[in-house]
Design a protein around this ligand. Sequence first.
Ligand SMILES: Nc1ncnc2c1ncn2[C@@H]1O[C@H](COP(=O)(O)OP(=O)(O)O)[C@@H](O)[C@H]1O
Ligand SMILES: [Mg+2]
Length: 345
Amino acid sequence: MARLSIDRVSKSFGDFRALDDVSLEVRDGEFVAVLGASGCGKTTLLRQIAGFDKLDAGRIFIGDSIVSSQTRHLPPERRRIGIVFQSYALWPHMTVAENVAYGLTVAGIKDPARSRRVDAALNLVELHGFGERRPAMLSGGQRQRVALARCLVTEPSLVLLDEPLANLDVHLRASMEQEFADFHARTGTTMVYVTHDQAEAMALADRIAVMSKGRILQVATPSQLYREPADAVVAAFIGEGMIVPAEVRAVKGDGTCWASLYGYNTRMRCDVSQTLIGKAQACLHAGDLKIAERPDSGLRVRVDRTVYQGGYFRLSVPEPFDTAPGGVIGIDVRGGWIIPSSTPP
Ligand SMILES: Nc1ncnc2c1ncn2[C@@H]1O[C@H](COP(=O)(O)OP(=O)(O)O)[C@@H](O)[C@H]1O
Ligand SMILES: [Mg+2]
């Protein structure tokens, strides 16, 4: 196992900057998800780590050694990295055991050492006894586990996963998520897991790097990202955050401030070192809002639409907030976060 350190890496294709000054530290044994919309540069980043492409600027370390820089490029096969792709790319004419053994065969490792390592890898992914089957006789989830075993058998110091569940059914994904989490807990392998699926990243990762347009916007634990987004893009992306204009009136020393939302005064959480008196943006989640007991109190909003969602209702409230009578309710705001780097509207 090894730590991974990405230090100010950039990569362009022609004039298109696919990675723009990306830095990320992954600790030894950590599970980090890279989360971002399709096309934001996730696969490009993995390819840099694996050494399939040369970078334009920056450095990548695995353990204590530099594997990529402008002057050094360690070839992929010498990086001790295991990769699992979205398409598991198993050879249909080979058995499961032969598929898993392939990397060892290429490396010149012979039986009995080879068979012993294949068995151990199949055990790790809980496919003991499946070695003689062909991929066609397995479910999608089992095939993905074979792909994982094939990557693990080479004893990688670091495992990269590029949207490994994207091709699976919804119900299978949930159980595979659990498999990846269990696998990580069992082995303590350092893992970088790329996905566009927020729920998947939240469920699996110790920390999530949120990526957008070739840049990493924030690296934090799932709950920090949700509660304390560093900017408006992260705030809107994670957990359907609502972004509303706010006026900060007073900053307290205890991590809160008094702010006015459309004239309604409330206490919100903030980063006291970065929050100034004046215009700002606030991030609210549904859990921060409560319908006021007295209809004339709280933040007054007009309800446009009410949709039952099973167990709760979703209310749509159009902006600008209407204070005219009829359909108007009061909302108590009990939480919310002042976005630190927000540009005032
Ligand atoms: N070899 C390449 N040549 C030109 N453009 C590329 C190449 N690889 C990726 N890109 C572009 O870089 C951007 C990021 O791609 P990618 O890293 O695959 O995104 P993601 O994996 O997040 O969906 C995309 O706009 C893509 O078209
Ligand atoms: Mg991709």
